[in-house]
Ligand binder design. Structure first.
Ligand code: ADE
Length: 224
């Protein structure tokens, strides 16, 4: 899967995608993540990516030309399944969205900034607008990182069998059960006996009961 991220701050994301699972997925050829600096597609001598809004309200708006040039350039090289814009007023991102996006071949994620982007970009170039939650970030870079991380880890082969995404929270609308590792007894704080019993049927049943109990207590909305 290829993900092209369009931003005015590629440095913000560089380190993130060069670490841990995101770096492994790219080295293994399972994810192809490209950061593009929108500024490289400006043609004026000051490399302006934003300007004052018509109508005189406060704040700056991202300009249409460099973003259109960049998206047009990418689209001339391959077909894209979605051109996503990160915005607090978009549809809410969740595990279901991550699952469906992870099945696509090529996506573009445009990170917004300032007061927003020239609305014509949303009208003519964007196919989907996504928010990662009901709060406002200074820019869409963190939202792009959050979405890309949760999408890429779902690509078959990125996680090992033991880390399988099938046992993730939310995959079946249940929170995951508690997990423990050695030592089995730390300062008298003991790991539940059932996990040491070696009886897999009992362990599976306990884990399911724990998932149900935690979901009822912490996220009853998921059971509706
Ligand atoms: N840009 C600013 N806030 C955002 C949010 N909550 N989700 C996605 N993009 C954003």
């Amino acid at each position: 899967m290829r993900i092209d991220i369009l931003t005015v701050f590629p440095d913000m994301l560089e380190g993130f995608f060069n670490c841990s699972m995101m770096a492994r997925a790219q080295k293994a050829g399972l994810a192809d993540i490209h950061l593009h600096d929108i500024r490289d597609y400006t043609t004026d001598k000051h490399h302006k990516t934003d300007d004052y809004p018509f109508g005189g309200c406060a704040g700056l708006v991202m300009k249409i030309e460099p973003i259109d040039r960049l998206i047009t350039d990418l689209k001339s090289q391959r077909e894209y399944d979605e051109v996503i814009y990160t915005s607090p007023d978009g549809e809410q991102f969740n595990q279901k969205t991550a699952n469906s996006l992870s099945l696509l071949n090529n996506i573009i994620i445009l990170c917004g900034h300032y007061k927003g982007i020239d609305y014509r970009i949303r009208e003519h170039l964007i196919t989907r607008e996504i928010s990662i939650g009901d709060y406002v970030l200074t820019g869409g870079e963190l939202a792009a990182a959050v979405m890309t991380d949760s999408i890429v880890r779902l690509i078959p082969g990125v996680l090992s069998d033991e880390q399988s995404a099938l046992s993730d929270c939310f995959q079946d609308n249940l929170l995951a059960p508690p997990v423990y590792t050695r030592p089995a007894d730390y300062k008298g704080w003991r790991v539940p006996d059932v996990l040491l019993s070696g009886n897999q049927a009992l362990i599976d049943d306990w884990e399911f009961q724990q998932s149900m109990e935690r979901t009822k207590r912490l996220r009853p909305d998921l059971l509706k």
